[in-house]
Design a protein around this ligand. Structure first.
Ligand SMILES: [Fe+2]
Ligand SMILES: [Fe+2]
Length: 215
């Protein structure tokens, strides 16, 4: 893992010095675990997506910050997450409380807002909605969502291949097609496991489906 981190440091940081500010903090926050590796993978995956679809340099930079920091609160236990959410006055509802895995993005966004004074609403929303998605996702939110599920460092290669099969940088609608595939797979997985489904995930899926049908 250390070797991988060194490799990441040597490959990602020189190109994107914007990440240096967060590097040590995040490594500490995620305990130098696979989660840190995952965060680097998400950054790489979304640079590829954003550049592939021709987004601007400033967009890529925003995506990098959101990607890198998206799981900042991932290692907190549900009890700590709920306590932090109350401290940050995040106003969780009954569905948030029924699905603790959907809370780390909100606590993470509040944490990085406070720690690094990140104010860009698109960056913060990309962090907040990386687990459930939501209706009316921005391009940045979609790219961070997709990158989180399809990065190559820690995700299953077969799953990545299946989810990204339709991606075609010459056809912008394939971003939504890919998003829909991942949302569908996530919903199926939750149903099969008998887990609660956050209504926002279902809403996100219906929203992108309707967008695709109206093209
Ligand atoms: Fe996450
Ligand atoms: Fe993640």
């Amino acid at each position: 893992l250390n070797q991988l981190n060194e490799k990441a440091e040597s490959t990602l940081l020189p190109d994107y010095p914007v990440l240096a500010e967060y590097y040590d903090w995040l490594q500490n926050q995620l305990g130098g675990t696979e989660r840190f590796e995952h965060s680097l993978g998400v950054a790489e995956a979304s640079v590829a997506l954003a550049q592939g679809f021709g987004f601007s340099t400033s967009f890529v930079e925003k995506a990098l910050i959101a990607d890198f920091l998206h799981d900042a609160a991932k290692l907190m236990t549900p009890a700590k997450l709920f306590a932090a959410a109350d401290d940050f006055q995040l106003g969780l509802d009954e569905w948030d409380r029924a699905t603790p895995q959907t809370v780390h993005p909100f606590v993470g966004a509040a944490l990085v807002q406070q720690t690094f004074n990140i104010r860009d609403p698109d960056i913060l929303n990309a962090i907040r909605y990386h687990t459930t998605g939501r209706t009316g996702m921005s391009a940045l939110e979609k790219i961070v969502y997709i990158a989180d599920k399809t990065e190559k460092r820690t995700r299953n290669p077969e799953y990545i291949a299946e989810m990204t099969a339709a991606l075609d940088f010459n056809q912008p609608e394939t971003l939504n097609i890919t998003l829909l595939k991942i949302l569908d797979a996530t919903l199926l997985h939750l149903l099969q496991k008998g887990f609660a489904i956050h209504p926002r995930t279902l809403a996100a899926r219906n929203d992108v489906l309707i967008q695709l049908k109206s093209v």
